[in-house]
Design a protein around this ligand. Structure first.
Ligand SMILES: [Zn+2]
Length: 503
């Protein structure tokens, strides 16, 4: 017995030692630069290479952009063409240097590709993606906006309106950066494409897809693609105090399935053993009680590994020893929908339809369930599992006519492209040791169309988000601080001015 106890104590000691050693081997936090990183093409007078942005002037241009109601309502629905064409004309007038030097093409009628020819036309190019369209504002909410959603008012230190957080800021800030770099006589070492879609908010099936197809047909194999998708904010990841930045290195897939139950209709006084509504309810319950399995792998594993240096020792002990603690960590992360979504394919019943009268049995009942597919699964495997879980002869299961896309490939975090983006993010917060974490984008972006063609696709919106900003995206009182917009311009200036690092 004594011998057994000694063996157990010995085993526990070894286990603890292994855990502690693994924890101590977690690298130290990455320091942010004390000053900002140099920008190519800024020699002589600007020897430190710091980026100077005329924030008031930049804000005026962003404000002008917001005034065009470039709204997307539904894929294939009528578009306010005049608003988009007006916006195009506005860009031309706001950024004269850009329009003198870069080639602009209209793709799919309303999307724009700008080509900035680099010094080395054989080097792999860089693609910056953004979108010009915005979501609509429900009429009953109009009265609750402090400043109108398309006013573009610059007031209380903010630019107000739709698109300031999503995603006219990317369009305007990247153009603003190019305009500034051109003024300094800068030409990028490799070709840069700015691609701005007109239907991202409804899936990008016409704009982004056509632009990607166009560039792919021209043989473009990017060294870096950057789209919106990741953000910088505090309270982003549990355990990390202060601000963190997440960079999307993969994007979930997407499919919506219609579940249709058919049974005999007739008078509600004599229902059969099984009804359409009953079968449908049963099917939805079956899906919700059998969620897709959870695991910490792929981009989410990358995020956990990258955040380990920034959490408390106890938390680090858990994160550095997932071989032992994975189930506990999963349980903790499952508690919030935002972190649960990082670990599995989600199941969301979104639409329901059945019946026309209280005393008539509907012969058909249907629901739409939306699935966001994690890397490792596909539209086909998800559909097959849904059929297996429901397993009911009364039920038919078919995808609806909407975007159907497999998860993107996972982009490399060791690549020069990722390292450049991470360094540029750290330069946004000099003196602050800001964790830059890879991340699985759970929503959808236009970047998904690059998925089949490139593994150098990253997603980050360079705006420091403050408290309450998340609810303003697609929500009420969308706005961006003038000072934060200047940081977004600085980000693109440093990124595009620092492309020599991609070698
Ligand atoms: Zn967006």
């Amino acid at each position: 017995m004594k011998r057994f106890v000694l063996i157990m104590i010995g085993a526990a000691t070894i286990l603890l030692a292994v855990m502690v050693v693994r924890t101590l081997r977690v690298p130290a936090p990455m320091a942010s630069p004390v000053a900002t990183t140099p920008v190519a093409g800024t020699s002589g007078t600007d020897a430190r290479g710091d980026v100077t942005v005329d924030s008031a002037l930049a804000a005026t241009r962003l404000s002008g952009a917001v005034r065009f109601a470039t709204v997307s309502t539904a894929s294939g629905a009528p578009i306010d063409t005049a608003a988009f064409l007006g916006f195009h004309a506005f860009l031309e007038q706001a950024f004269p240097q850009v329009h003198r030097t870069l080639r602009r093409e209209k793709i799919a009628g309303l999307s724009l590709i700008y080509t900035w020819v680099g010094r080395d036309t054989l080097a792999a190019p860089v693609v910056i993606m953004g979108h010009m369209d915005v979501v609509p504002v429900p009429t009953p909410n109009l009265k609750d906006w402090t400043h109108g959603p398309f006013s573009g008012d610059v007031a209380e230190g903010y630019v107000w309106g739709r698109g300031t957080l999503d995603d006219k800021t990317t369009v305007l800030a990247s153009l603003e950066a190019v305009e500034g770099l051109l003024a300094r006589g800068y030409q990028p070492p490799r070709t840069v494409y700015l691609t701005f879609g007109h239907d991202e908010e409804v899936g990008g099936r016409y704009g982004a897809r056509a632009m990607v197809d166009t560039l792919v047909a021209r043989g473009v194999k990017p060294a870096l693609v950057l789209d919106e998708g990741g953000i910088m904010s505090s309270g982003l990841v549990p355990g990390v105090r202060g601000r963190a930045a997440v960079v999307g290195i993969a994007e979930k897939g997407y499919v919506s399935l219609r579940l249709r139950a058919t049974a005999s209709g007739g008078h509600s006084s004599m229902p059969g053993m099984r009804t359409a509504v009953g079968a449908l309810s049963h099917a939805i319950t079956a899906l919700e009680t059998n969620p897709f399995p959870y695991s910490i792998d792929g981009p989410t594993r990358g995020m956990i590994d990258a955040m380990a240096p920034y959490v408390s020792f106890t938390q680090r002990l858990a994160l550095a020893n997932l071989w032992l603690t994975e189930s506990v960590v999963i349980k903790l992360l499952k508690a919030a929908p935002s972190t649960a979504a990082l670990m599995h394919t989600t199941t969301a019943p979104t639409m329901l339809s059945a019946g026309i009268k209280d005393n008539v049995l509907p012969p058909e009942a249907s629901a739409v369930v939306n699935f966001r597919i994690r890397p490792g699964e596909t539209v086909a495997t998800v559909t097959a599992r849904v059929r297996a879980v429901i397993n009911d002869t009364l039920m038919a299961i078919e995808p609806i006519d909407s975007v159907q896309v497999d998860p993107s490939p996972v982009s490399d975090t060791q690549s020069p492209a990722y390292q450049l983006i991470a360094a540029t993010i750290r330069a946004m917060a000099p003196g602050e040791s800001i964790p830059v974490l890879p991340y699985l984008v759970v929503g959808g972006t236009d970047a998904k169309y690059w998925g089949p063609h490139s593994t150098k696709v990253y997603r980050f919106l360079p705006i420091p988000m403050g408290d309450g900003d998340f609810t303003r995206i697609h929500g009420l009182n969308e706005r961006l601080a003038v000072a934060d917009y200047a940081k977004a311009v600085g980000f693109f200036s440093r990124l595009l001015g620092g492309l020599d690092a991609l070698k």
